[in-house]
Every structure is written in structure tokens, then in C-alpha cells.
Design a binder for this molecule. Structure first.
Ligand SMILES: Nc1nc2c(ncn2[C@@H]2O[C@H](COP(=O)(O)OP(=O)(O)OP(=O)(O)O)[C@@H](O)[C@H]2O)c(=O)[nH]1
Ligand SMILES: [Mg+2]
Length: 338
């Protein structure tokens, strides 16, 4: 099961306490400062698949700074904790609504700050007080409740009604091995595959009313929000392809109107099942509404290589901005590093 959202409580380390002590022989103050508590950073990673590591681990705590010691020994600052999450994760601070998008694998984002170490009594020595009998406590580390949401970063998104042939296409165009079935809702969670150097996302089919929760709903549409191109798959044998098209568009728009602004190509699928005249007729109808139309069948090698060539050209850097970090789907490991 793809765990694509989770609520976490993260607590940075407290600062270590300052020490109150006096030198055994000389008598002057010799309490050292406490070390700072550990901060918590989040870092996007290509090596983490989903958020399943947090399924049973809902709170994370960085270490406390070490307290100061006698002889002016300073306590060590606690190590920072780095939490690796899949590239494309969106983190929302529940209390403030502040949003962080982890879209690169190089920049750790500081989310909670460790407490400051307290000063030892040596620091409080002054002309008027040669023997201060107090030291500071370390301050509390920050604590935040965070909502983490995974958004797959794919270049191309496959959309359409259930059974339109989306997963079959993903399997033919990439090395992904999604489940394929002659029944609706075969795909229950998003699949992603590499095509050339680009990634293709296959999401569960949409049906009328998806935006109000029918079928599998629109919960997976967030995964295609970042795509550069939508490949709208329509079964060419559909009795009313325009109606089918409109249903899916309506659901997209109701979920997020911005999805309607994305470049979209109509892909008529299963052309092996229809007469050529029928394919031409449906293609013409979509061209009339100013849509680019491609056709394919998983049983026609040539149609697939034409499609590949088209997509490769479409997602060239000149035409579409290519993300610097392309997410790889396989061999993910999850990691939390302290
Ligand atoms: N004849 C023919 N059958 C196809 C073609 N593409 C897919 N199919 C069949 O159509 C059925 C549905 O295919 P899927 O790829 O699972 O469809 P999907 O759009 O991913 O469906 P959901 O996951 O339910 O949304 C399967 O029985 C496939 O074998 C094609 O080009 N020609
Ligand atoms: Mg499918």
C-alpha cells in the first residue's frame, strides 16, 4: 500500500543545562555551558519511495544537548536529525498552515530548531559578583505537528476512465509492471515508470462523481498536479467518446481548475478493436475541438513507437522545462538519519 500522507509530531532537542560549580582550589566559578539541542531537517530524496516509515512512528525527537560540566567543560551540541522523505513531498505546519515543498535532493529544510544550551555560572562572573551561584537551564527545543503529503513528480500523467488502457500503456512504454485487468479499478494506487529519461505516472481511473468521492475519488489527482503533460486515454470503442472526455475533464476541473490548463493530448487506445474509419472519425471529432490526437494499440508495435517518438519530442528541454531531479521509482529505501 502506498502511504501518501501522514501526520507527524517532531520535537527538536532541548538545550543542555549550564553548570553551577566552583573550582575546588581557587574557589572561582567553573561551570561550563550546555550544548544546543539537535535541530530537525527534512530532505527530499530519490531513495525513499513513500511515507510508510512513518506509519507506526508518528513522533520523532532529536537529542538533547549535553549539560555543561565542572572545570568549564562545555556540553556537546546534539547532532541534527535529517529525515529523508520522497522527492515531491509537501509538508504543512498544522498550526500555521505554512507549506514547504521538497523538490530537490540537495537542500535540507530546517523545520524545528533545537533549544539553546544554558550558560554555566562562569559566564555570569562580573566585577560585582565574583561568585555567581546560578546557571541557566537549556531552552526547550521547538515542537511542531506536520502534515506530510507525497506528490509524485512525474513528467507525464496518464488519465482517463477505468479500463481505458492506462496501465497497459505504462507497461508498454516503461519497465513498470502495473496490474492490468479487464475490469474497472484494476489500479488502486499510482504507478510510475521511466520512459527515456522521463517519468510517467499511471493513476486509478476517474468516473463521474469522482470529485465527490465516487469510485476511488480524486485523491490521486494530486500526483499528476506536477506533470508537464496529461495523456488523456480514451477507449476508441467507447460509444460516446466526447461524453467520456467531458466527464473526466469535469472531474479534473472540480478537483483543481489548474489541471485544465495543463497541456493535454488525447490518446485513442485499443485501435486494434475498431475499424480504421471509426478511429478516424473519433480522431476528427477531437481535432475539431482543437485537441491533439494520437492513436495506439498495445498490440500494434508501430503505434507504440510513434507514440514514444512523439512523447520524447514533446518532453524535450526546449519545449517543456525538464526538472533537474527526475524521480526514479525503483529500489527505494527509506531512511531517517540522526
Ligand atoms: N484489445 C486491446 N485491449 C487492450 C489494449 N490496452 C488495454 N487493453 C485491455 O483493456 C483492459 C484494461 O486495461 P488496463 O490497462 O488495466 O486499464 P486501466 O485504464 O489501467 O484501468 P484502471 O486501472 O481500472 O483505471 C485490459 O483487459 C487490457 O488487456 C489495447 O490496446 N487493445
Ligand atoms: Mg490501471
Amino acid at each position: 500500500m502506498l502511504i501518501d500522507n501522514v501526520t507527524l509530531i517532531v520535537k527538536a532537542g532541548n538545550g543542555g543545562n549550564g553548570k553551577m560549580s566552583f573550582h575546588r582550589n581557587r574557589g572561582g566559578p567553573d561551570g561550563g555551558n550546555g550544548g544546543n539541542g539537535g535541530n530537525i531537517y527534512f530532505q527530499g530524496s530519490n531513495n525513499v519511495n513513500d511515507l510508510h516509515v512513518f506509519r507506526f512512528k508518528k513522533s520523532l525527537k532529536a537529542e538533547t544537548g549535553i549539560s555543561g560540566g565542572k572545570n568549564n567543560i562545555f556540553g556537546k551540541t546534539a547532532p541534527d536529525m535529517i529525515i529523508y522523505v520522497p522527492l515531491g513531498t509537501r509538508i504543512t505546519e498544522v498550526d500555521t498552515g505554512r507549506i514547504y515543498e521538497l523538490t530537490d535532493v540537495k537542500t535540507p529544510v530546517l523545520l524545528v530548531i533545537g533549544g539553546k544550551g544554558g550558560r554555566g555560572n562562569t559566564e555570569f562572573k562580573s566585577a560585582t559578583n565574583q561568585a555567581p551561584r546560578y546557571a541557566e537551564s537549556g531552552t526547550e527545543g521547538q515542537q511542531k505537528t506536520l502534515f506530510l503529503e507525497l506528490r509524485l513528480i512525474a513528467d507525464i500523467g496518464l488519465i482517463g476512465l477505468p479500463n481505458a488502457g492506462k496501465s497497459s500503456l505504462l507497461a508498454m512504454l516503461t519497465h513498470a509492471t502495473p496490474k492490468i485487468g479487464a475490469y474497472p479499478f484494476t489500479t488502486l494506487e499510482p504507478n510510475i515508470g521511466m520512459f527515456d529519461t522521463y517519468t510517467l505516472a499511471d493513476i486509478p481511473g476517474l468516473i463521474e462523481g469522482a470529485s465527490s468521492g465516487k469510485g476511488l475519488g480524486v485523491q490521486f489527482l494530486k500526483h499528476i498536479e506536477k506533470t508537464k503533460l496529461l495523456l488523456h486515454c480514451i477507449d476508441v470503442t467507447d460509444p460516446d467518446p466526447k461524453k467520456t472526455y467531458d466527464i473526466v475533464r469535469k472531474e479534473l476541473g472540480q478537483h483543481n481548475p489548474e489541471l485544465l490548463e495543463k497541456p493535454e493530448i488525447i490518446l485513442l487506445t485499443k485501435t486494434d478493436l475498431a475499424e480504421e474509419a471509426q478511429v478516424t472519425k473519433v480522431a476528427k471529432m477531437f481535432k475539431k475541438i482543437k485537441k491533439e490526437v494520437l492513436t495506439c494499440s498495445v498490440y500494434k508495435e508501430e503505434s507504440l513507437s510513434d507514440l514514444k517518438t512523439y512523447l520524447a519530442k514533446y518532453v524535450t528541454p526546449n519545449k517543456v522545462e525538464v526538472p533537474t531531479e527526475t524521480r526514479k521509482i525503483r529500489d527505494f529505501k527509506s531512511g531517517i538519519k540522526g
